[in-house]
Write a protein that binds this ligand. Structure first.
Ligand SMILES: [Zn+2]
Length: 238
């Protein structure tokens, strides 16, 4: 899987790397597949895979992720002794544990890619972004259906989605945005047990020749940079 993240991936770290990031359905992908013919058919049937061209930092990240045992627990937060079995629950628990044991909130949340907390939900980076600025809004509660969310949690999720829209607009000046969630594995959810809303900026041409010809995506910004810029932008927006 190293450096070859396919449609069925996402994730944050470790064995969860295959599960954590979603198989989000974008109209552009359909167009891309149509244009690339046989290769796309092979990809769609699992015979070939879509490649991502990872930069060196990415290779180091994925290498470290492969060695992790507990999904969602960053290496620098591995002091947390638990394992919920859920990449998102593990992520927050390992961050909270580190903070409780003396790590600064900035350091712990940067390690986990958590950019903003609210009362019932939080926003974190997608570790395998479709575009730079790809984040997820999700509840702390391990719930798998939108309808299962308590009303205040659901409302806060939309509040954070609105805030995310403003942050991504302000920071990236995109031509458009995708917001979406996949409920259930059949719908493309990489982490089916824990609801999450994807939000990502889009640009005309971001499905470019590398994507259509080489089935490879190039990301111009590394995750620590994305985290720092989004952290600052969310702080400015309040
Ligand atoms: Zn969970």
């Amino acid at each position: 899987m190293r450096g070859r993240v396919g449609w069925h991936d996402p994730g944050l770290t470790g064995s969860g790397a295959r599960r954590a990031v979603d198989n989000v359905v974008y109209p552009e992908r359909g167009d891309s597949r149509a244009r690339t013919g046989l290769r796309s058919i092979l990809i769609a049937n699992g015979i070939a895979r879509m490649d991502h061209l990872w930069t060196p930092w990415r290779f180091a990240y994925v290498t470290a992720a492969d060695e992790a045992v507990r999904a969602g627990v960053p290496a620098s937060l591995a002091a947390w002794p638990g394992d919920s079995g859920c990449v998102f629950c593990n992520l927050v628990a390992s961050i909270d544990y580190a903070i409780e044991h003396g790590m600064s909130a900035d350091e712990a949340e940067a390690a986990g890619g958590l950019v903003k907390r609210a009362k019932h939900c939080y926003i974190c980076l997608n570790a395998f972004p479709y575009t730079s600025g790809h984040v997820m809004v999700l509840p702390y509660a391990h719930l798998d259906r939108l309808a299962a969310l308590p009303r205040e949690t659901a409302h806060e999720m939309v509040d954070l989605a609105q805030l995310t829209e403003r942050a991504l607009e302000k920071l990236y000046r995109p031509h458009g945005l995708n917001f979406g969630m996949n409920l259930g594995r059949a719908a493309g959810a990489g982490v089916a047990g824990h609801l999450h809303l994807h939000a990502l900026p889009r640009w005309a041409g971001d499905t470019n020749f590398m994507t259509t010809i080489a089935e490879t995506r190039v990301l111009p910004e590394d995750l620590p940079t994305t985290w720092r810029r989004l952290r600052e932008t969310f702080a400015e927006l309040g």
